[in-house]
Write a protein that binds this ligand. Structure first.
Ligand SMILES: *[C@@H]1O[C@H](CO)[C@@H](O)[C@H](O)[C@H]1NC(C)=O
Length: 239
């Protein structure tokens, strides 16, 4: 007996396709790739602590790669069964320590930070990568977006007490990486705005930078923004 004829099969096939497309489309729409300027993390109310492996180099460090929706909201902690497993990224540890350093207090080895990023954000993009792939994607995006190089090219170098127009900072990064970033500031101990985090938008396959579908809110900068030096920064344990 023939249960399904050719036409019936086609209909079932199309229904499955539709459900699959809907399921994928609901995952998330794009990523924010977020990098932070370590001097600004340290020169803020909360202060910072250098990782156990030592003071990071004077460069932007990765904060995370965050799935986001076009409507501005984001999914979070999507798969409690897929918790962070250090053994899956142990081969990346030394490069993560350099490019994705923790600045949280008390001083850590980075595992807590990476666990948080994977479990809160990474698990919401399991259709794109596994845990190892998540960290690899972040590292490869950082290589593609040399923020410090873009700023230095425009004459914006880390320097305490020197202020830059917000537009100049944004234009320098836009020129350097091709798309306008969102720039988040925090306020230093003297009450000045300083460049804190840079958000770039990345396509849903985590490979290419794109024009941001929507910008985050909060952490706005004033017109005059400091790009503080990290060589003169201190961690909480040094104060
Ligand atoms: C934003 O979009 C997502 C995915 O389509 C949806 O699940 C969520 O409810 C939306 N949130 C708001 C506030 O519109």
């Amino acid at each position: 007996m023939k249960l399904i004829n050719g036409k019936g099969f086609l209909v079932i096939f199309l229904v499955i396709q539709c459900v699959a497309v809907l399921a994928v489309a609901k995952d998330f729409d794009f990523f924010y790739f977020v990098q932070q300027w370590p001097a600004s993390s340290c020169d803020s109310r909360g202060g910072c602590c250098y990782p156990k492996t030592g003071k990071p180099k004077e460069d932007f460090g990765i904060h995370g790669l965050w799935p986001n929706y076009n409507n501005g909201t984001y999914p979070s902690k999507c798969d409690p069964t897929n918790s962070f497993d250090y053994s899956k990224v142990s081969d990346l540890e030394s490069v993560l320590q350099k490019e994705w350093p923790t600045l949280a207090c008390p001083s850590g080895d980075g595992l807590k930070f990476w666990r948080h990023e994977w479990e809160k954000h990474g698990t919401c993009a399991e259709s794109v990568f596994d845990e190892h792939g998540y960290f690899e994607a972040g590292l490869s995006l950082k290589k593609k977006a040399n923020l410090l190089g873009a700023l230095e090219h425009a004459g914006i170098t880390p320097d305490d007490g020197k202020f830059h127009k917000m537009e100049e900072i944004r234009d320098a990064i836009t020129k350097g990486v091709g798309y306008a970033p969102y720039i988040e500031c925090n306020v230093d101990s003297s009450g000045n705005y300083q460049l804190y985090q840079v958000f770039q938008c990345v396509d849903a396959s985590a490979t290419d930078f794109i024009e941001c579908p929507v910008f985050p809110r909060g952490g706005a900068c004033g017109n005059d923004v400091e790009f503080p030096s990290f060589s003169s920064a201190s961690s909480r344990d040094e104060l």
